[in-house]
Design a protein around this ligand. Sequence first.
Ligand SMILES: Nc1ncnc2c1ncn2[C@@H]1O[C@H](COP(=O)(O)OP(=O)(O)O)[C@@H](O)[C@H]1O
Ligand SMILES: [Mg+2]
Length: 251
Amino acid sequence: MKTLSFINLKGGVGKTISAANVAHILATVHGKRVLLVDGDKQGNTSQYFRLYGEQDGTAALLMDPARDVLETIYSTQYKGLDVITSNMDLYAADRAIYEDVERDTSGALKAALRCVGADYDYCVIDNGPAVDTVALNVLMASNDVLIPVRPDDFSFAGMADLVEQIKSAQAENPALNLAGAFFTHWQNRDTFKQARQALEESGLCPVFNTAINYNPKISESTFAGAPLCDFAGRSWAAIQYKKLVAEYLKS
Ligand SMILES: Nc1ncnc2c1ncn2[C@@H]1O[C@H](COP(=O)(O)OP(=O)(O)O)[C@@H](O)[C@H]1O
Ligand SMILES: [Mg+2]
C-alpha cells in the first residue's frame, strides 16, 4: 500500500476536494483498492461521501493502539473505495496526545494502517490546515505528499514553512517524498502565470503540470455529496483531476 497525503497549512486551498477526488479516481478509473482517511476534525471528506457521523474513525486509531482498524473502515457506494471517517473527536484526540508527554504517539496512525496494508493499493489522507499531532502522525505514515495551492501571494507565504516541516519529518520517516505542488482554483490570467513561475523558480518543490481550474461544479459537487466523476463526469474539473492522477502515477 502506498500512502499519499494532501497537506497545506492553509484552509480552503482544495485539500479535501483533491484527496476525495483523487481517491475516487484511483478506485473507479484505475481499478485500485483505495482507503481514504479523513484527517480533519471538520470531517468534510466524510461528508462528501455521506459518511459523517458519531462512529469511531481516525481519532480512535490515534487514541487507542489496540483499536481494530477494520471496525473503523466504512465502504462507499463506489467499488474499491473505503473511508475512515473523522469528526470533532479528532480535536479531543489531538489535545490528549499533545498532553501525553509520556508516550511517543507519532507512529500510531502508521501502525494502524500497516494492519490493512495488504488490503489496499493506495491510502489517501486528507488533512486539516495545521501542523498538529494528527498531521505529524500523517507525515510519519505517508510515502508521498501533495500540496494543493491557490495561486495568490498569501498561499506562498506558508509554503517554505510547510516544506521545512516535511523535511524535518523525513529525518524520522525516510520513505517520505514531497511529490509536488499543484494549482487549484486556476484561471488563465497573467498574475496566475506569474505565481506559477515564481513557485517553480523558488525551487521549493516540484510543480505538477496539471492545474485544476476554478470551476463552480466543484462546490456544487459538495452539496450533491458526490465526487466529480460521478456528479459531472464530463466537466473540466473531472477531466483535470483525472489528468492529475495520471501525472501523479507516472511521476
Ligand atoms: N478548483 C476549484 N474551483 C472552484 N471551487 C473549488 C475548487 N477547489 C475547491 N473549491 C471549493 O473551495 C472550497 C475549499 O475547498 P476544500 O477542498 O474544502 O479546501 P480545504 O480542504 O483545503 O480547506 C470548497 O468550498 C470547495 O468546494
Ligand atoms: Mg478540508
